[in-house]
Design a protein around this ligand. Sequence first.
Ligand code: 1QQ
Length: 392
Amino acid sequence: MRLKTSSGAAVIAAAALLASAACVSEEPSSNTTDSALSGSGTGADCVIDETVKIGAVFSLTEGAAFAGLYQQEGLTLAIEQLNAVGGVQYELIVEDDKTTVEDSVAAFEKLIDRDEVSVIVGPTLSGMAFTTYTDAQSAGVPALGVSTTAEGIPEIGDYIFRASVPEEVALAASIPAAKEALGLEKVAVLYDSADEFTASAFNTITDVLNDEGIEIVVEESFETTDTDFSAQLNKVLGTEVDAVILSALPGATVPLVKQARDLGVEAPIVGGNAFNSPVLVGALEDASEGLIVGGAWSAAAETTGNAEFIAAYNEAYERAPDQFAAQAYTAGFLIDQAVRSDCDANREAIKDNLGQILEFDSILGPISIDESGEVTQEPFVQIVENGAFTLL
Ligand code: 1QQ
């Protein structure tokens, strides 16, 4: 397997910069079919002569690198294991979007037009996916999200899929679990209104709290790059809320939670997908204690192959995997399943078969993706105890 990492061209058309984040469903331009990507046999017996190119766009630097680096490692490990099986050989081409929409668009363009990949995994953030998936859709290239959890992602078009438990599903599990564990009656909700994923999660949070009969006594927003949260936290102080529900990326979560504890806000903190990261726990140090998170994977889950995955990952990278690594790893196997079902790695065949994944037995548990592109998977709710995630 060859692993190429390049920053991609930084030149972006003004149109791309201005591209709307709204969900659009465009008809793709026609794709050519490469007969060498279509093999003989099926499933485990599938043999394809040409190497199948898988592109990946992850945030390997800047704000979302806390997730992107794990994603790159997880997907690389899956591709190595899949290539060892034989019959189908994959080449993984990874691009860094530097946590910007511009670089994400450039990376998608390179993978689609220059590398002519069969499928793209990523990008890391929903905030980039709303633009890049519109491009993948118009080009007729299937894209599989592994951490894009905002509302409206699969609706972008029929070439867009995700293997990442939507934030609304994660929160619909973590908030009731926190209610049961902590007896939640009154909460504060703090959210980043500038990021599409965290803003969309805020809507879900209010819906779930309403459904659960939990009262919101403080509701405050901030922006992704803010560093001082004292104004919002001072509104929480003295309210005796049972928990703070936080919708933020780790960049803001770390100073916010630390400042909360320093100011004397003692309420437990509940969050979703972005919090399921050892990077966050490490950066928070003691302030991570008691954090409740909903997400797609747990090291403690007794799912098929999970223990072997953790061991292989530790061996390869000398650190433990996280949720983002686990999801990207799973994506490799989902793509392989889609390729092998018709023994065809052309874009159109992968698109058709990614939409028919039924209860695939994965380290995330049984996972299905239907033709709408949406994933069905049971989320995991965890709590940080003694600096480590354990199932709640
Ligand atoms: C999204 C997310 C982020 C937490 C991924 C790192 O879930 O942007 O949708």
